[in-house]
Structure formats: C-alpha cells, structure tokens
Design a protein around this ligand. Sequence first.
Ligand SMILES: Nc1nc2c(ncn2[C@@H]2O[C@H](COP(=O)(O)OP(=O)(O)OP(=O)(O)O)[C@@H](O)[C@H]2O)c(=O)[nH]1
Ligand SMILES: [Mg+2]
Length: 311
Amino acid sequence: MSDEAPKGWLARLGAGLKKSSAAITGGLTRIFTHKKVDAATIDELEELLITADLGPATAAKLADAIRARRFEGEADANIVAEALAGEITKILAPLARPLDFDGAVKPHVVLVVGVNGSGKTTTIGKLAAELKSRGKSVMVAAGDTFRAAAIEQLHVWAERAGAAFFSGESKDAAAIAFDALAAARAANVDVLLVDTAGRLHNKADLMAELEKIERVLKKADAAAPHATLLVLDATTGQNAHAQAQTFRDITHVTGLVVTKLDGSAKGGVVVALADRLGLPIHAIGVGEGIGDLRPFSAEDFARSLVGLPAR
Ligand SMILES: Nc1nc2c(ncn2[C@@H]2O[C@H](COP(=O)(O)OP(=O)(O)OP(=O)(O)O)[C@@H](O)[C@H]2O)c(=O)[nH]1
Ligand SMILES: [Mg+2]
C-alpha cells in the first residue's frame, strides 16, 4: 500500500461511499437547514449517526464533540459536516496504520482470518500484488482446506500477483502452515501470507483450527505469526462487531482490513469499529480487482463518509 494515491482514487472512495454518505448528507440538510445547533438538533444528529451505522457509543461521542464546539446562530449543514469530518478524523487517525514489516524478520508471517465470504482470499491476492510492487518477495499458503475450490482460487490470485504459491495434500491446515513456513524460509521470501478457512462445521472447530495454526507456527518461529489480519466485510454493518469479538477471542488479531466499501451503505461501521476495538485499520477493499486494496486514510475516509470533497 504505497502512499501515493492514483488519480481518481479519492473520487472512487467517494463514489464507493456514496450510499453511506447520501444518508448522512441528506440527514444533515434536513436537520440543520435554518436551524440552530442546539440540544434538539444535536439529538437528531446523534440519531442520524446511529442509523448510519456509527453505533450508539460513537454517535454519542460525536454529538458531544459537536455540542462542545458551541456553534452560534444558524448553522448550515456544510459547516456541521466539516465539524463532523474533523471529529471522525480524530477517532480514525490513530488507527490508520499501513501494514508495516520489520525487514529484519524473514519471512514475516501474516495470518489472515475472518468469516467466510468476508474477502480473505481476495485480500491476500491484492496484498501480495501490492507487496510485490514494493519489491518484496511473497509466498501465499493455502491454509483453507475446508473447501476444495479455495485452494484453486488462491492459486489463481498468486499467479496474478506474481507470488509463490504453497499448498499441501494434508487436510490439516496447521500442518500446511508449518510446511509453508519452512518452504518460505528455504525460498528466502520476505512475506508469507497464510489463508485460512472462514467456516468450519462449528465455531469450536474453527477455534481449534486457528489455535492450532498459531501454536504450530510458533514451533517454527516463536514470533510467528507476526501479524494476524482480521478481514471484515463492511456490508455486514453492525454484525462486524460480533465477528471481531469472536475472532479476538480465538486469535491475537493485530489489525483489520475492511472490505467491500464500494457500494456498502454501512461504511459508518468503520468508525464504530475503530472507536470500539482500537485496532489498527491497515487497508480497505474497494472492489474485486487486484488494485482495489488501498491504504486507509483517516481524513479521506471521514470526509468521504460525510459527503465532503477531499482537501
Ligand atoms: N465489491 C467487492 N467485492 C469484494 C471485495 N473483497 C472481496 N470481494 C468479493 O467477495 C467475495 C468473497 O471473497 P473471498 O476473498 O473469496 O472471501 P473469503 O473470506 O476468502 O471467503 P471463504 O474462503 O469462503 O472463507 C468474492 O466474490 C470477492 O470478489 C471488495 O473490496 N469489494
Ligand atoms: Mg477464501
């Protein structure tokens, strides 16, 4: 995730968040046209933010921050939107962190977890391509042995990204992760990305499998996995909180990737997740293509969410 934003990227983020921002800008116009920023309108604002998936706690915090600004006279919706974007940026900024690698650690092992369909395999493909473009050597490991098609899907992404691909005969995901780490070492690659199953027969099975993968990786390298990325699908809205909690109970999640922000009406959930979980947000997915994983920028996201142009 290089820092330079390709031309049109912000326009695409804005377009992707259009469904989320339309509700917020419409609401702001309705609430604040020819009205004061007072107790009544701030209550309405708080409700608006809850319906926009920012969650009650974060909505209350933002409402308090707007109240504390003590706007005089009639406010126009745009001024409130600017203030809101500023406050949302304050929540997001400490958590907007690119996925960083300690160059001395080789291979840097990244375990990728999340419910089925959240976008793990796709994110691994995009991430592999992005790392390659930064000159890193990458191997991806097919640790999702639950579905036969999952292995081939990852293989296709590996070829697209120009990354090495590791799969095994075993149905034991931990054994594959262990062998992949040995292969990554032998090939002297910089980064090993390990795909996992999003769904097993039940939660206890999933928990046991992910725990075993972590445990077995540690036998080969006590510091592995060096990062555990939780992939969350923005379209699931508030359900993303429950998913995050489940995976934090099972694994040592170190950061988030939020996918499917293109076309999600629930983009506000990113703010609630950041506020509640305090986990770094490394990147966001804005499409199914190889270039559709972007670094998470707090200000760009905040402004797009409330329908303001980038600065
Ligand atoms: N629009 C959009 N689609 C995405 C994005 N990320 C992933 N997808 C799509 O979501 C679907 C599921 O993605 P996968 O990567 O297969 O999800 P997974 O988490 O690996 O799923 P399982 O292997 O079943 O656990 C695919 O059709 C992807 O193309 C995104 O950022 N935007
Ligand atoms: Mg998958």
